[in-house]
Design a protein around this ligand. Sequence first.
Ligand code: HEM
Ligand code: HEM
Length: 236
Amino acid sequence: MRGPGTVATTAFHVANLCSQTLFDTRENRARWRGFLTACGRSIAVVDLRSNRHSMSEKMGSGWLDTPQRYGRISRGFHWCMAAFFGWQFAGAVLFVSIGDKAITRLVGGSHSTMGFVLFVLVLLRGVWGLMNLKRRPAHAGRLGRAAVTGHFLLYALMVVVPSLALLRQYGSGKGFSPFGVELMATRGYKIEWMMVPGDLLHYWLGFLLLGSILGHVTMAFVNRRAKRDDVLERMI
Ligand code: HEM
Ligand code: HEM
């Protein structure tokens, strides 16, 4: 029969043997020191990385918006849509200035499809904006409130202008297949009331949106020049 004393003695001998085998020579001790230092360094690197990660989130170089800066996704939406709007309005301006020429067809030929893409993008961007509402850069003071009203106007027009055109397109019965995907089938009859708002307002609200965008861009640069509040920094 083995009593507790025998077990303790055996455990002591095993530990002794292990420590002798593992740490007996100078070489083995050096190996262990190296191993422990490497473990320490890895922990430090992981810690530094996670620290850096949370710092970058705080400074606004991450995916989400922060009070200091718009995140990558909001900036991606903003600049991608700015480029698409540039193309969309280039076509519209060519049409009203030089009329139906080859260059107008080249740029404006994608008007309906590009308009539909912009419509989908603004909905996604709006949802993303609402999800980040509490984290976004604040707009303090009277100028800030004016900026928020301006952004709201931009959003409203970005939704209303293509919506009216899509409603009109449906009412016309001509069908609509952006990128070859049939969203609206062709019909043999029109639905007049669906076409009226688009006929009356799509053109004018479209140009009102262009004017608002030009005002918005001007304000961004005026602010930067006046060095009052460099809002451009948080969108690039
Ligand atoms: C945000 C998206 C859009 C903007 C900013 C926009 C803007 C404009 C502007 C400024 C005009 C007048 C100049 C021109 O005749 O080229 C126009 C005309 C037109 N747009 Fe759009 N558009 C958009 C989306 C759409 C969509 C989605 C459709 C069709 C599904 C469409 C169909 C038309 C048509 C048929 C015209 C010529 C008739 C008219 O003046 O109302 N647009 N658009
Ligand atoms: C060269 C072109 C542009 C420049 C320099 C520019 C600049 C900026 C800047 C600096 C901000 C941040 C403002 C702030 O936080 O107070 C901003 C936000 C915004 N911009 Fe622009 N912008 C441009 C084009 C456009 C276009 C084409 C649109 C489309 C209508 C647009 C719509 C918006 C909206 C709605 C916001 C509010 C933030 C958001 O929800 O994304 N911008 N822009």
